[in-house]
Write a protein that binds this ligand. Structure first.
Ligand code: ZN
Length: 586
C-alpha cells in the first residue's frame, strides 16, 4: 500500500488537496455530462486514496492494538473522512436537481459515464423518499439523538452491568462475564453447572429488563419515525429500500424457517440422546458430543481449502493459491493482535486477510470462509471499475459460505472414519443452526416488535419477552425444555439495538449459497458448468446492480419459497447422515 509512514502522510495530504478541488466543482453539474464526469472521476480518486490511508493504519492497528501512535494516526484518518463527508454533502442534491431524463440522455451520449450509470440512476430511484430542504434539515437535527438507544444499550450492557458470581460443583467461584459464561456452556460437562450458570447469567438481564425494553422501544420508535417521515408504509420497507430488496424476502424467510423446524428438532433430540441427557435445555447446545485430538495445522488447512475449490476452475484456484501463499495474510495469534478473522479489500492493491489460526477444525473452516471473502473481493476489484467494485452484505456472505460448503464436501470425500465424519457433519449442522435458524428467529422477532409499534401498541418488557418465548416454543417444540428465563434473551442481542433488520441477511445468504452449491455440484456436466460460470460472474460483479438482481442472474430467487426450503432439506439430509455415523461409533 505504502512504503512507509512518509508515503502515507503524502496520501493524507493528497486527499486534503482533492477535497479542496472537489468543493470548487459545486454549482457546475448543470453544465452537462463533462462536468458530471469530472466530479465522479475526482470522487473515485479520493475514494481509492481513502481505502489506502484507512487500510494502512487499520491493519497495523489490528495486529498490535497496544500501539498508541498508530491509534492516533487512525483518529486522524477518521477526522479527515468526516471533513470529506461535509465537503461533499452538496453533490447528490445538486446531481438530482438535473431532471432524470436529461441525465439519462447525457449518460447515453457519453461513453466515459457508462460505468456510473447504475449509481446515478439509483440516486434518482431513492429520490422519491428525499424531503425538501426544510424537511431534510429537520431530519438531520433528529439524527443527532437517533444514536441514543445504541449508546444507552452499550452503557447498560457493558459499563453498568454487574455480572454475577457463581460457585460451580468443583467449589470454584467464577464471575460470569459473557466470555466466562460461553466457556462454561462449551466446556463444562456437568449439566447442573451449565444450568446454574445460565440461571445466574439471564437473571442479570431480567433484573434490568424494563430498562432494556425502554431502550429498545427507542430503536423501534426511531425506525417508525424515519419510515413515516420519508413516506414508507412500514419500517421494513424503509430499511430494505436502500438495496431495493422486496419485503417478501423477509416474510418468505421467516415463514419457511418457522415451518421447517422439524430437522432442527431432530438434531436436538439426537444431541440429547448422544449426550445421555434426560432433559435437553438450550444451554446444552454448545457442549461437544465427542472429544477429538485432531490437529489442523495452517499448512494442512490451506492445502484442503485450496483443493476443495477445484470445481471453480483453474483460474480461480491459481489466483487463490497466489493470494494464500502471499504476504497479505496474517495467520497466527500474537500479543496485542485483535481477535477473530476478517478480510479487508483495498482497491488496486488487493485483499488483506487477518486470522487467528489455532489448529482446530473451526479455524480451518474460518480459513475457507475468509478465503471466500478474499476471492470475491479480488475478482470484483479485478473486473469492476472503482465505482462499482464494492459488494453489499446481501451478497457478501454468499461467497464465504459457498467456500465452506466446498471444504465440507471435499473433507467428507476424503475420510471414512465415522467419528471424523460425524464431527464434520456436525460442523455443517451447527452452522445451519447458527446462521440460518437462529437468524431467522431473530428476524421474526424484529418484525413482530416493529409491527407492534406501527400499530400503535405498547412496548414493555413483558410484551417483548412473550414474543420471544413464543418463538422459542415454536422453533424448538418438544425437543427442548424451554426455561422461562430464556424469554429475556432478546435484551442482550447487540444487533437489535445497533442495526435493526440486519441479521436476516445471514440467513438469506446462507440459503443462496445452498442453492448455488447444489446447482454447481449436481445435475448434468453442462448444467453444472453453466451454474459455475454464473457463480463466477456473480463474484466478478461487485456492486454493479441491486443485490437481489445480481443473485437472480446467478440463478437464485430469494422471493421464492423453494430457495429457502433448500436449507431445510439440506439440514434434514445432514442430520440423517449424522445419525448413521453415530450408530457406527462405539
Ligand atoms: Zn463472513
Amino acid at each position: 500500500m505504502y512504503a512507509n509512514w512518509e508515503a502515507w502522510e503524502r496520501g493524507m495530504k493528497d486527499i486534503d488537496d482533492k477535497i479542496g478541488a472537489f468543493a470548487e466543482l459545486k454549482g457546475s453539474l448543470k453544465n452537462g455530462p463533462d462536468a458530471v464526469l469530472k466530479a465522479y472521476q475526482l470522487f473515485d480518486q479520493i475514494g481509492m486514496l481513502e481505502y489506502k490511508v484507512y487500510g494502512y493504519t487499520a491493519l497495523q492497528r489490528d495486529v498490535d492494538t497496544r500501539n498508541q501512535e498508530i491509534s492516533g494516526k487512525f483518529q486522524r484518518v477518521m477526522a479527515l473522512f468526516a471533513k470529506l463527508g461535509t465537503a461533499t454533502a452538496w453533490f447528490t442534491p445538486e446531481l438530482l436537481s438535473v431532471p432524470q431524463a436529461d441525465m439519462e440522455r447525457w449518460i447515453d451520449a457519453t461513453p466515459a459515464l457508462q460505468p456510473y450509470r447504475f449509481t446515478i440512476v439509483d440516486n434518482y430511484r431513492q429520490q422519491k423518499h428525499v424531503l425538501d430542504e426544510k424537511g431534510e434539515r429537520l431530519l438531520s437535527y433528529a439524527a443527532q439523538f437517533g444514536s441514543t438507544p445504541k449508546a444507552a444499550f452499550q452503557e447498560l450492557s457493558t459499563s453498568d452491568i454487574k455480572f454475577p458470581l457463581v460457585t460451580l460443583s468443583d467449589g470454584k467461584e467464577i464471575k460470569l462475564t459473557p466470555g466466562a459464561y460461553q466457556s462454561v456452556l462449551a466446556t463444562n460437562h456437568k449439566q447442573a453447572d451449565r444450568g446454574k450458570a445460565f440461571d445466574a447469567y439471564l437473571k442479570t438481564y431480567a433484573a434490568t429488563n424494563n430498562t432494556y425494553a425502554a431502550i429498545y422501544n427507542g430503536v423501534l420508535q426511531r425506525g417508525w419515525f424515519n419510515a413515516q417521515a420519508r413516506n414508507f408504509p412500514s419500517t421494513l420497507e424503509s430499511n430494505l429500500d436502500g438495496n431495493a430488496i422486496p419485503v417478501s424476502v423477509v416474510s418468505t424467510l421467516v415463514d419457511t424457517a418457522r415451518k421447517g423446524t422439524a430437522p432442527l428438532q431432530r438434531y436436538l433430540k439426537l444431541r440429547k440422546k448422544l449426550l445421555g441427557l434426560t432433559e435437553y435445555h438450550l444451554y446444552d447446545g454448545s457442549i461437544p458430543i465427542y472429544k477429538t485430538d485432531q490437529i489442523y495445522t495452517y499448512a494442512d488447512s490451506r492445502d484442503s481449502v485450496l483443493a476443495s475449490v477445484a470445481p471453480l476452475g483453474p483460474d480461480y484456484v491459481a489466483k487463490y493459491r497466489k493470494f494464500m501463499t502471499g504476504k497479505q495474510v496474517d495467520v497466527y495469534e500474537s500479543e496485542g493482535k485483535r481477535s477473530g478473522a476478517y478480510v479487508m479489500g483495498i482497491y488496486g492493491v488487493g485483499p488483506y486477510m487477518l486470522l487467528n489460526h489455532n489448529d482446530t477444525q473451526d479455524a480451518m473452516f474460518t480459513l475457507a470462509h475468509e478465503g471466500g471473502h478474499a476471492m470475491h473481493t479480488l475478482l470484483s476489484h479485478e473486473s469492476q471499475p472503482f465505482v462499482s467494485a464494492a459488494y453489499t452484505i446481501f451478497v457478501a456472505e454468499v461467497a464465504s459460505t459457498t467456500n465452506e460448503r466446498f471444504l465440507l464436501s471435499h473433507l467428507l470425500q476424503k475420510t471414512t472414519d465415522p467419528k471424523e465424519r460425524f464431527l464434520l457433519l456436525q460442523h455443517a449442522v451447527d452452522s445451519i443452526v447458527g446462521t440460518f435458524y437462529t437468524q431467522a428467529l431473530f428476524a421474526d422477532y424484529e418484525l413482530q416488535a416493529h409491527q407492534l409499534v406501527e400499530a400503535g401498541k405498547p412496548i414493555t418488557s413483558e410484551v417483548l419477552s412473550n414474543i420471544y418465548l413464543k418463538l422459542l416454543k415454536d422453533y424448538y417444540g418438544d425437543a427442548v425444555t424451554v426455561d422461562e428465563l430464556y424469554k429475556y434473551t432478546w435484551s442482550r442481542v447487540p444487533h437489535f439495538y445497533n442495526s435493526p433488520y440486519y441479521v436476516y441477511q445471514y440467513a438469506t445468504c446462507f440459503a443462496s449459497s445452498a442453492k448455488l452449491f447444489k446447482d454447481m455440484t449436481s445435475g448434468s456436466p453442462s448444467s453444472r458448468s453453466a451454474a459455475t460460470e454464473r457463480y463466477l460472474t456473480l463474484l466478478k460483479s461487485g456492486g454493479n446492480d441491486h443485490p437481489m438482481k445480481q443473485l437472480q442472474k446467478a440463478g437464485v430467487d430469494l422471493s421464492k419459497r423453494e430457495t429457502v426450503q433448500a436449507v431445510v432439506d439440506q439440514m434434514e439430509e445432514l442430520v440423517a447422515q449424522m445419525e448413521a455415523e453415530a450408530a457406527k461409533i462405539q
